[in-house]
Design a protein around this ligand. Structure first.
Ligand code: BTN
Length: 259
């Protein structure tokens, strides 16, 4: 069934706080992140919400592919110039905003996965492009990509089948979900630019899917997760003491499943 996209309603809520903002919905793209990064490198630095009904080369963290199906997924990127004093924790703040907009059952798995009952509901991919190097206008353009499973889909080689928003709300669809999450996300990004990750720390911990759980890290370490630092690093108590994991190259998983 064709999705009804509430482009105008999103624009009406966001444009007053983000001058020059536009919304664009395209039937197909390789990746909304790739498209906004190409545009930014070509000098298009206006704030925009770009939705693709279908992505042919969706990308996730750590070079992974992001699979989605038209009608069963929501895939979009929000691009805007951003100038926080400190960029640490940006993707965690994005996760907090989206989880809070969706459902109390949505949890966050460090650094930027949205989980429901230990299954992945969605993911966030933040990328940035520098502009105006050496000039007074120098800055960075942030591309915040979000992929959410709306309807259940096949596991496609995953060990655990992904979660879908319709598991929580049978009436959920991609259009209404976009309207729920996009305006608060813009506000969250503006709050992050002003105040950094600190105001999001306790909110992340309230939804932290790993809190007090044994975890295994992809660098071979293991320990117990103890929330996140003010900079958004994952705190893991290992045999060598408390470690703050900040590297985006490290992935973490619970060492046990929840019953
Ligand atoms: C992850 O879980 O590793 C992050 C997944 C991010 C997927 C979204 S879908 C919209 C945007 N375009 C992309 O190519 N990726 C992000």
């Amino acid at each position: 069934m064709a999705v009804r996209w509430p482009a105008e309603a999103v624009w009406e809520q966001v444009a007053p706080v983000l001058p020059g903002f536009t919304v664009e919905v395209l039937p197909e793209l390789d990746s909304t992140n790739s498209e906004l990064m190409r545009r930014a490198r070509g000098g298009s630095l206006e704030p925009i919400l770009l939705v693709a009904e279908q992505q042919t080369a969706g990308r996730g963290r750590l070079g992974r592919a992001w699979q989605s199906q038209a009608g069963a997924s929501l895939t979009f990127s929000l691009g805007l110039p951003l100038a926080p004093a400190d960029w640490s924790g940006l993707s965690l703040a994005v996760g907090v905003s989206i989880a809070e907009s969706l459902d109390p059952a949505v949890q966050l798995k460090w650094p930027n996965d949205l989980w429901v009952r230990d299954r992945k509901l969605g993911g966030i991919l933040v990328e940035t492009a520098s502009f105006g190097a050496g000039s007074a206008e120098a800055g960075r353009y942030a591309v915040v990509g979000v992929g959410l499973n709306i309807a259940a889909r096949r596991a496609e080689g995953l060990s655990t089948p992904p979660a879908a928003l319709q598991d929580l709300d049978a009436a959920a669809d991609a259009g209404t979900t976009l309207l729920r999450i996009a305006p608060p996300l813009v506000q969250a990004l503006q709050a992050f630019a002003s105040f950094g990750f600190k105001p999001f720390q306790a909110r992340f911990e309230a939804r932290d899917a790993l809190r007090d759980r044994p975890v295994a890290l992809s660098d071979g370490n293991a320990g117990t997760a103890h929330g996140v630092s003010e900079a958004g690093s994952l705190l893991v108590h290992t045999a060598a003491g408390m470690q703050a994991i900040s590297s985006s190259e490290v992935s973490v998983r619970p060492a046990t499943t929840r019953s």
